[in-house]
Design a protein around this ligand. Structure first.
Ligand code: CA
Length: 436
């Protein structure tokens, strides 16, 4: 597990003024992403610092890196970060250490770094990596219980839940960066009151609040990843909105699981928050209820249980056409925390590979919807409105069972801890467009 070092010093300030006290990207964060510079050009790797993006290819060409940091900067210079993810923790940490030095207030190299900065608002963010495979887990136990209760009131959690990190293989081609419009899908719907299904736009379009997990160095086919090594295979984290058409999902999901109800669009935040940046916000995996089975040996590691979970505040906001028209603030749909996951990120990695499935740099996991125990922390409308039976009342006078065309959903995440600089993930946004 990465340790805290000088790069986490809350007193460290940057000569990039906007970084100091920045709610998302102070010098203690330094997340990685891929951007198109102002005026166009080839997409390339960059680092967010305050309201700016540092061009890694330009900084590397200026000779600002040496050794492992140079190898990492070079790997991050192209249109995708897969090569950087493949290098693993040490080069990534070396790059972080050098960036922290270059951007610090007392940097001797400010004059050489400054030409490599672009205003973030003039750049376009892209997906940070070529996503080979995308897997969506179901590790939020409150979400699994709330959802299960709607379908099976007497037996909300299926018996495998506390033994197996449940997941399905998702669709990588429809993962899009924040800001990309979300087209309402057409599909087969069959509400309970109707005897036959019909085809048309989903009437129950929903969001899901999830943590995205980027894979670093993978494993060869047939070679599992031991739980003790699983954490260091993770290259970073992002926010993930697993848009879900509940009516399509409800009709199709048995017996083989989600398909068209889930594969039309998944939005992620474009910045990869590194395990190094999150080192101060590691916490113990919350203890299981007394009656719960202990994780099996291949999922159990003392260090992972001690510090493998993340204390990360997660927020969902909704902006509707009515709220926008009346100049009203966004409606907060939920405030949750990554501590509510039943499995650690390392357990998801170890489980995914335990049968020999090969993971590759740039593969993406969704954690599953992260709901907390209270209604104000539910991570989907399926839970908040009880499947549409209890509509939300908005300050604009509008009501919502599920999402309407023109609605925008914004996910945010912040890590805070006494004695450390707070960092954020940036936003994960998407606006619903009418069905084609
Ligand atoms: Ca999901």
């Amino acid at each position: 597990m990465p340790k805290t070092d000088a790069t986490h010093d809350p007193k460290r300030r940057s000569w990039v003024d906007s970084a100091n006290g920045h709610p998302e990207f102070p010098i203690q964060n330094l997340p990685l992403g891929v951007f198109v510079p102002p005026g166009g050009g080839a997409p390339r790797g960059g680092v967010a610092i305050g309201d700016f993006i540092l061009d890694l290819a330009a900084a590397h060409a200026a000779g600002l890196f040496r050794g492992e940091a140079a190898a990492a900067a070079e790997a991050a210079s192209g249109p995708a970060l897969n090569d950087l993810f493949a290098l693993g923790a040490a080069p990534r940490a070396a790059l972080r250490a050098r960036l922290s030095e270059l951007l610090a207030l007392d940097s001797a190299e400010r004059a050489r770094v400054e030409p490599c900065l672009h205003r973030a608002e003039d750049c376009t963010m892209q997906l940070p990596a070529r996503i080979g495979d995308y897997t969506d887990f179901y590790a939020g136990i409150h979400h699994a219980t709330n959802t299960g209760r709607q379908f099976r009131p007497d037996n909300p959690l299926l018996p495998n839940y506390k033994y197996v990190p449940i997941a399905y293989h998702g669709r990588s081609s429809s993962v899009v960066p924040s800001g990309t419009p979300v087209r309402r899908p057409n599909g087969q719907r069959k509400p309970g009151r109707e005897t036959t299904p019909s085809f048309g736009p989903s009437r129950n379009l929903d969001y899901e609040l999830e943590l995205g997990i980027w894979m670093g160095p993978g494993n060869a086919l047939g070679t599992p990843i031991p739980i003790s090594e699983a954490g260091e295979r993770i290259a970073g984290f992002c926010l993930l909105n697993d848009w879900s058409a509940r009516d399509i999902q409800g009709w199709e999901y048995q017996p083989l699981g989600p398909f068209l109800g889930k594969n039309f669009c998944t939005t992620i935040s474009p910045w990869v928050i590194t395990p190094e940046a999150l080192a101060p916000f590691r916490v113990a995996q919350p203890p299981r209820a007394e009656d719960d089975p202990a994780p099996m040996d291949y999922l159990l590691d003392a260090a992972d249980q001690r510090e493998g979970a993340l204390d990360l505040e997660l927020e969902v906001l909704l902006i509707t056409p009515g709220l926008r028209e009346k100049g009203l603030p966004p409606h907060r749909l939920a405030l949750s925390n990554a501590r509510h996951l039943y499995w650690t990120p390392a357990q998801l990695v170890a489980h995914h590979a335990c049968g020999g499935c090969n993971l590759q740099p740039g593969d993406l996991f969704g954690s599953g919807t992260i709901s907390g125990p209270e209604e104000s922390s539910f991570g989907s409308l399926l839970e908040t409105t009880q499947g549409g039976r209890k509509p939300l009342q908005l300050a604009s006078g509008e009501t919502r069972r599920f999402l309407e065309d023109g609605d925008e959903v914004i996910l945010r995440a912040h890590a805070r801890r006494e004695g450390y600089a707070s960092i954020g993930f940036g936003e994960c946004r998407g606006t619903v467009q009418p069905a084609p």
